[in-house]
Design a protein around this ligand. Structure first.
Ligand SMILES: *Cc1c(COP(=O)(O)O)cnc(C)c1O
Length: 372
């Protein structure tokens, strides 16, 4: 039975806890033909482009659906049917890209890395030199499956030097970690409304190099996921092709307003880093250790080793913590038993203290903590 009377806080990497202002923005209905609504769409896209300083070289194409829809749309639109994609793989979201390419009938080459190790730019360089038929590289910036951060700037330099195109799943880093399109070359950078921008889920977007998008007409295998078609229609009419997620868009506009008020990407990243630090310290006090070396841990989500105790079960642990007002996430690793705690969303280090308290109380109650 819940011990609290508020909505639980989500310590998950999307959907996540949103502010009251963001929720309140959804109390109005908007018509998809309405000029005021279409101005909101244009304004949101302009702001998203500005977050990565992409206005001179790139365009922002919004897309209905969760983040994966936008990833699949970027791959399907920008990789020609004769293309071949190198996919460095050290986690669940890298594996999802490989699966998408298989479904899309685009050739791919997997470059595996250990789950607790970042991608190595030198290995990517070697793989590209070894196979000149590779046209694109698709990487995940922060692999949310573990919380590991990849050296995106170095990877981008290697890919550009080899004359290949880069597609980046920046879903869980966009808005929180620095990405600058003026110095970091990419053809597509993909993110969504419901992650570090602290909107609600329902809309993805692709920051696409204008020239690459222009060259992609007719390439997509799908009509609904065709970013070129979506972009052309938006430019021509100012409207979304097909029904827009109106409430999601106005909530994102409101969330972006708060993002700017907070101080933009640097301030957002600093708050998440403070959350992450407080979390790791607090959990260490309970004897719970993170999977990753601090040097490669992104301040987005932390994977912890489950306690080595016969009384441990994620399900009962989850329920105990939930009844105390917090939603955690199961681990995504196959070899070791883990659970994950997100650092993102409209939460502060004070909330993290409460999470740690709830985790400690739950483990005590279950008799797990004494032996850890
Ligand atoms: C959240 C996320 C996605 C998209 O997942 P959806 O379930 O489709 O929202 C893709 N890549 C990464 C790295 C993510 O964190």
């Amino acid at each position: 039975m819940p011990l609290i009377d508020r909505d639980p806080l989500l310590l998950t990497p999307g959907p996540l806890t949103t502010s009251l202002r963001t929720k309140q923005a959804m109390l109005h209905d908007h018509g998809s033909w309405d000029r005021a609504f279409n101005r909101v769409t244009a304004d949101v896209c302009r702001q998203l482009l500005d977050i990565v300083q992409g206005a001179d070289t790139h365009v922002c194409v919004p897309l209905q659906g969760s983040g994966s829809f936008a990833v699949e749309a970027a791959l399907g639109t920008l990789v020609p049917r004769s293309g071949k994609v190198l996919v460095p793989n050290h986690g669940a979201y890298c594996a999802r890209i490989l699966r998408m390419l298989g479904v899309l009938n685009r050739a791919s080459v997997e470059l595996p890395f250990a789950e607790d190790q970042p991608m190595d730019p030198a290995a990517i360089d070697a793989a590209l030199r070894a196979d000149p038929s590779i046209t694109h590289v698709a990487v995940v910036h922060c692999e949310t499956g573990t919380g590991i951060l990849n050296p995106l700037a170095d990877i981008a330099q290697v890919v550009a030097a080899q004359g290949r195109a880069l597609i980046v799943d920046a879903m869980s880093s966009f808005g929180a970690l620095p990405i600058d399109a003026r110095s970091l070359p990419f053809d597509a950078l993909i993110a969504a409304s419901g992650k570090c921008l602290e909107g609600v889920p329902g809309m993805g977007f692709v920051i696409a190099r204008r020239s690459a998008l222009q060259a992609s007409a007719g390439q997509c295998h799908s009509l609904a996921l065709d970013l070129h078609d979506q972009w052309v229609y938006l430019q021509k009419t100012t409207q979304w092709r097909f029904t827009p997620p109106t409430h999601v868009v106005v909530a994102l506009a409101e969330a972006l307003q708060q993002f700017q008020e907070e101080g933009g990407q640097a301030a957002r990243g600093a708050r998440y880093a403070a959350n992450c630090q407080r979390l790791v310290q607090g959990m260490a006090g309970l004897g719970l250790q993170p999977l990753l070396d601090p040097a490669v841990q992104a301040p987005i989500i932390v994977t912890f080793h489950a306690p080595q105790h016969p009384a441990w079960s994620f399900q009962t642990f989850y329920e105990g913590v939930r009844d105390r007002g917090f939603i955690l996430y199961p681990g995504k690793l196959t070899r070791v038993e883990t659970f994950r705690v997100g650092c993102i969303g409209a939460i502060t280090p004070n909330d993290i203290d409460q999470v740690v308290h709830a985790v400690g109380a739950t483990l005590h109650q279950r008799g797990v903590l004494s032996a850890t």
